[in-house]
Design a protein around this ligand. Structure first.
Ligand SMILES: NC(=O)c1ccc[n+]([C@@H]2O[C@H](COP(=O)([O-])OP(=O)(O)OC[C@H]3O[C@@H](n4cnc5c(N)ncnc54)[C@H](OP(=O)(O)O)[C@@H]3O)[C@@H](O)[C@H]2O)c1
Length: 248
């Protein structure tokens, strides 16, 4: 007998990494629920997912930062007929000088990348724990490992979300549900489109393959590409005075 399609909710489905991840699930014949705030982009993604042989592709248009996760997530799970994997992939990264000068922009970044993401993650943890199975995958960043002068506001939001998701993974220890924070290095998406030229970026597809396998294996932490684990071991252990000299 054929196994039942995996039911997957993707919060922030229009992100470059989330789109690449959704394509992998679609090719497996999953039931997808794509959640984002751009209805037109969601419509295009739905056609693409069905062409890739997703078993089903539902859409929900919502601003994830202003929505109430405790109310919305159970509704989303009901719309899909349950949730096996829940991905949280949205974030914003305005340039640091802009956020440092305009604290309303800093606040928007903190609310989007930490407060709202954390509340969706906690709602997902409650849902997975209540049903007794499933995976939560949240996108953090290598940036969260160290406070660089050029990007520390964004980095602090990613450090916070990593700690929260790691804690959820430990809360699940000995039970079936899993939680993992995947920490990409610089990746070719809209987020890095205005970055310095010539920078080496991972492809969204490469990162998505690691995200997909992390959903099956759990965490608590997974770097993507995997070599970033070793790089960040070194970076994290540099003494502050040396880090300050090389952090350009
Ligand atoms: N790209 C990288 O180099 C990199 C590296 C490390 C970690 N990450 C992390 O990986 C994740 C995905 O990044 P990405 O590069 O794939 O992102 P991306 O392509 O820049 O897309 C970000 C997405 O977040 C959505 N979003 C932002 N605020 C939202 C809100 N309030 N409600 C709904 N959607 C919202 C945006 O939707 P709209 O289009 O509607 O604005 C956009 O689709 C993020 O958590 C990011 O921090 C990325």
């Amino acid at each position: 007998m054929a196994s039942k399609p995996l039911r997957v909710i993707v919060l922030g489905a229009t992100s470059g990494i989330a789109q690449a991840t959704a394509r992998l699930y679609a090719a497996e014949g999953a039931d997808l629920l794509l959640v984002a705030r751009d209805a037109a982009a969601l419509g295009r993604l739905q056609s693409e997912m069905l062409a890739l042989e997703a078993h089903r592709c539902e859409l929900h248009t919502i601003d994830l930062t202003t929505a109430s996760p405790a109310i919305e997530l159970p509704r989303l799970a009901e719309q899909l007929g349950g949730a096996d994997h829940i991905h949280i992939a949205y974030a914003i990264m305005p340039p640091q000088p802009v956020a440092a000068a305009d604290l309303a922009i800093a606040r928007a970044m903190m609310e989007t990348n930490y407060t709202s993401t954390a509340l969706w993650a906690l709602a997902a943890a409650n849902l997975l724990e209540a049903q007794g199975h499933g995976s939560l995958v949240v996108l953090g960043s290598v940036a969260g490992d160290r406070g660089r002068r050029k990007n520390f506001i964004y980095a602090s939001t990613k450090a916070g979300i990593e700690t929260l998701v790691e804690g959820i993974a430990h809360r699940f220890a000995g039970k079936e549900p899993r939680a993992v924070v995947v920490k990409p290095g610089p990746t070719a998406t809209a987020m890095t489109a205005n970055g310095p030229e010539g920078r080496k970026l991972a492809s969204a597809e490469h990162v998505a393959r690691i995200v997909r396998s992390a959903a099956d294996r759990g965490g608590p932490v997974q770097y993507a590409p995997r070599r970033w684990w070793l790089i960040m071991q070194v970076v994290r252990n540099l003494p502050w005075w040396l880090f300050r000299r090389i952090d350009i």
